[in-house]
Ligand binder design. Structure first.
Ligand SMILES: Nc1ncnc2c1ncn2[C@@H]1O[C@H](COP(=O)(O)OP(=O)(O)OP(=O)(O)O)[C@@H](O)[C@H]1O
Length: 251
C-alpha cells in the first residue's frame, strides 16, 4: 500500500481544561486537494498549527512522508517539505514582491547573509524568483513594494513564498479571507494550476470555493472529526447541513 503523505494519530491539543483538537486521526495522500471546514472555534487553525509545528500536541502522533515528526521543530518540518503560507504582514512591507521572494530563497539556501553582497552571489535566486512570480501571476507586480499590493496579490505572494521550499504539502489557512471575490477567484485559479507534486490542505469558510476546489473535505466540530468525504458526500450529509452549512442553499 502507498504510504500517506501525512498522517495524524489521535492528535490532541488542550489549552488548560479545554480540548481544542480532540483525538484527530487524519490521513492525507500525496497530491491531495483537501479542505478543512467547520464552524467557528471548531479547532481548524489549532489543527494546522499542530501540523506545521506552531503548536506542540498534548498527545497523539504526527507522521510525514513516513517519519514521525510529532516533536520536530517547525523549521525542520519546512525543510522536509511541509510548508505553510507566511503572514505577509509580519514580513517586510517595504521590500518589493521580487525582493521578498529572493529573500526567502536566500534563507532557504542558507545565504541570508549574502543579501548585501554582489548580485552575482544571488543570481540563481533572482532567476528562481522570476519563475515563482510567473507561477503566481505576479510578474508585472515584481517591482511593487509588498505594502502597495492589493490584498489578493499579497496572498498570491504568500503562496509563492510557501512554494519556495518545493513543498510536498502546502497548508493554506483561509487564503481567501478578506479579499474581494474577483481576487479570490484569481487566487484559486492559481492554486488550482499548481503541480500535483504539492498536496494542498486548506481551511476555507467560502463554501463555493470549497466545493469547487476540494476533492475531499474533512468537517471538524468541537475539535473532533465529524465526518469526511468527497464534496458530493458532504453536500448530501443532512447532519453537516444542519450543523455547519445551515441549509441546502449553501451547498
Ligand atoms: N492559545 C489558545 N489558548 C486558549 N484557547 C485557544 C487558544 N487557541 C485557540 N483556542 C481555542 O480553541 C478553539 C479552537 O480555535 P481555532 O482557532 O482552532 O478554531 P477555528 O476552527 O480555526 O475557528 P475559526 O473558524 O473561527 O478561525 C477556540 O475555542 C479557541 O478559543
Amino acid at each position: 500500500m502507498v504510504k500517506p503523505l501525512l498522517q495524524t494519530v489521535e492528535l490532541t491539543r488542550r489549552f488548560g481544561a479545554f480540548t481544542a483538537v480532540d483525538r484527530v486521526s487524519f490521513t492525507l495522500p500525496a497530491g491531495a486537494r483537501h479542505a478543512l471546514i467547520g464552524p467557528n472555534g471548531a479547532g481548524k487553525t489549532t489543527f494546522v498549527n499542530l501540523l506545521s509545528g506552531v503548536l506542540a500536541p498534548s498527545s497523539g502522533e504526527l507522521h510525514f512522508e513516513g517519519h514521525c515528526i510529532t516533536r520536530t521543530p517547525m523549521h525542520l518540518r519546512a525543510r522536509m517539505g511541509l510548508s505553510r503560507t507566511y503572514q505577509i504582514t509580519s514580513l517586510f512591507p517595504r521590500l518589493t514582491a521580487r525582493e521578498q521572494i529572493v529573500f526567502a530563497l536566500l534563507e532557504r539556501d542558507d545565504l541570508g547573509w549574502s543579501w548585501l553582497s554582489p548580485y552575482a552571489k544571488r543570481r540563481a535566486q533572482y532567476e528562481e524568483a522570476e519563475s515563482l512570480l510567473q507561477l503566481v501571476r505576479l510578474t508585472e507586480e515584481g517591482d511593487i513594494p509588498v505594502r502597495s499590493l492589493p490584498y489578493g496579490k499579497q496572498r498570491l505572494l504568500e503562496i509563492a513564498l510557501g512554494l519556495a521550499i518545493h513543498p510536498s504539502l502546502l497548508i493554506l489557512d483561509e487564503p481567501a479571507a478578506g479579499i474581494p471575490s474577483d481576487q479570490s477567484a484569481e487566487l484559486f485559479e492559481v492554486i488550482a494550476g499548481l503541480s500535483r507534486e504539492t498536496a494542498i490542505l486548506f481551511i476555507e469558510h467560502d463554501m463555493d470555493i470549497v466545493f469547487r476546489f476540494a476533492e475531499r473535505i474533512t468537517v471538524l466540530v468541537n475539535g473532533g472529526v465529524f465526518c469526511e468525504g468527497t464534496p458530493a458526500d458532504i453536500a448530501a450529509d443532512a447532519d453537516v447541513r444542519r450543523i455547519y452549512l445551515g441549509d441546502a442553499e449553501n451547498v
